[in-house]
Design a protein around this ligand. Structure first.
Ligand code: RTP
Ligand code: MG
Length: 139
């Protein structure tokens, strides 16, 4: 099967708690190759654009506030079946519903502060990767 990419962010709560290394270890351990990676902090405008699909949802304000509350670690990951396999690895949006052994079960605090993002389609993986990384930042 062809290798494909997904995009991830380790979210502010997990970065602030010192869980970046443990989460990256699980990601690489699950067979994902890191193509690009950076630590950065989203501006309000960037967070609003990134999560624009949720702009009419009741939690949008809280989501933008949380995503801009501290630095995140963004990365492009490569693997066969990357998008679907990564969503399985991170688990359900609500950590209370996430399966044992998933990254959100281990590291998320709440449905809002849920430790990690994963793209939900191949198309969005490309859009989100291009949002953060130029061609020269990919290896
Ligand atoms: P993500 O996009 O971050 O990977 O998360 P997801 O697909 O599992 O969930 P999605 O529905 O796309 O929601 C995006 C993020 O919004 C926050 N959220 N808060 N308070 C709430 O009810 C609520 N619902 C969603 C979470 O941070 C979620 O990951
Ligand atoms: Mg989503």
């Amino acid at each position: 099967m062809k290798r494909r990419i997904t995009f991830t962010m380790i979210k502010p709560d997990a970065v602030a708690d010192g869980n970046t290394g443990a989460i990256l270890n699980r990601i690489e351990g699950a067979g994902f190759r890191i193509v690009a990676m950076k630590k950065t902090q989203l501006s309000k405008a960037e967070a609003e654009k990134f999560y624009g699909i949720h702009k009419d949802r009741p939690f949008f304000g809280e989501l933008v506030e949380y995503m801009t509350s501290g630095p995140i670690v963004a990365a492009i990951l490569e693997k066969e079946n990357a998008v679907e396999d990564f969503r399985k690895l991170i688990g359900a949006t609500d950590p209370a519903k996430a399966e044992e052994g998933t990254i959100r079960k281990m590291f998320a605090k709440s449905i809002a502060a849920n430790a990690i993002h994963g793209s939900d389609s191949d198309e969005n993986a490309v859009i989100e990767s291009n949002f953060f990384f130029s061609e020269r930042e990919r290896y």
